[in-house]
Design a protein around this ligand. Structure first.
Ligand code: 5GP
Ligand code: MG
Ligand code: MG
Length: 183
């Protein structure tokens, strides 16, 4: 394994590890204020949200629970179609619980809008979304994340959980890939 090769595949770093950690602390401060006196069930969307979940959860003080869902959305090419299938469901009964869905990026918003309506039908006390990144296209979707780290341009980004062909999730920064990687 040659870590320097992986890092040199990034051409443009959008957010460094330090910026990401600082942003997650800001988001955690808001979340703590909003959920004062309530116990949170954080639901991470596999696999991309693993890093955000780990760092956001550790930025929160007090008790939180963590559970995971895996979903797949079918689409033509790189676009989601809105047809979503549960690959791994929650192990937790969320009725009466305050649920915070944690995701790394909202692109079209199709996956999350489906997920939110699915979770809402299970009678939780509340369901909100925290996402580190959001692309402009998502603004047109019926998905309203309460906590958003950054809005980013419509570019394909990798790192910090975000993959290209399952690679690059382990990078600590978020950036765009050099053209040679795609060819
Ligand atoms: P949506 O249903 O919002 O279009 O799909 C969101 C999912 O698409 C994300 O959870 C992520 O897996 C993937 N995705 C969307 N934009 C990007 C991106 O810029 N980079 C990477 N690596 N994945 C993305
Ligand atoms: Mg995701
Ligand atoms: Mg992916």
């Amino acid at each position: 394994m040659d870590a320097s090769d992986v890092e040199s595949d990034l051409v443009n770093i959008l957010f460094t590890e330090e910026q990401i950690q600082a942003k997650l602390k800001e988001m955690a401060t808001q979340i703590e204020a909003d959920y004062a006196g309530k116990e949170l069930l954080m639901v991470g969307v596999l696999r991309g949200a693993v890093m955000v979940m780990a760092d956001l959860a550790r930025s929160l003080h007090g008790h939180v629970e963590m559970d995971w869902m895996a979903v797949s959305s079918y689409g033509s090419g790189t676009k989601s179609s809105g047809v979503v299938r549960i690959l791994k469901d929650l192990d937790t009964d969320i009725s009466g619980r305050h649920v915070l869905v944690v995701d790394e990026i909202i692109d079209t918003g199709l996956t999350l809008s489906w997920l939110i309506s699915n979770l809402s039908s299970r009678n939780p006390a509340s369901v909100e979304i925290a996402t580190l990144l959001r692309k402009p296209e998502a603004l047109a979707m019926p998905v309203e994340p309460k906590y958003v780290g950054w809005d980013i341009p419509n570019e394909f980004v990798v790192g910090y959980g975000l993959d290209f062909k399952e690679r690059y999730r382990n990078l600590r920064d978020i950036g765009t890939l050099a053209p040679h990687v795609y060819s």
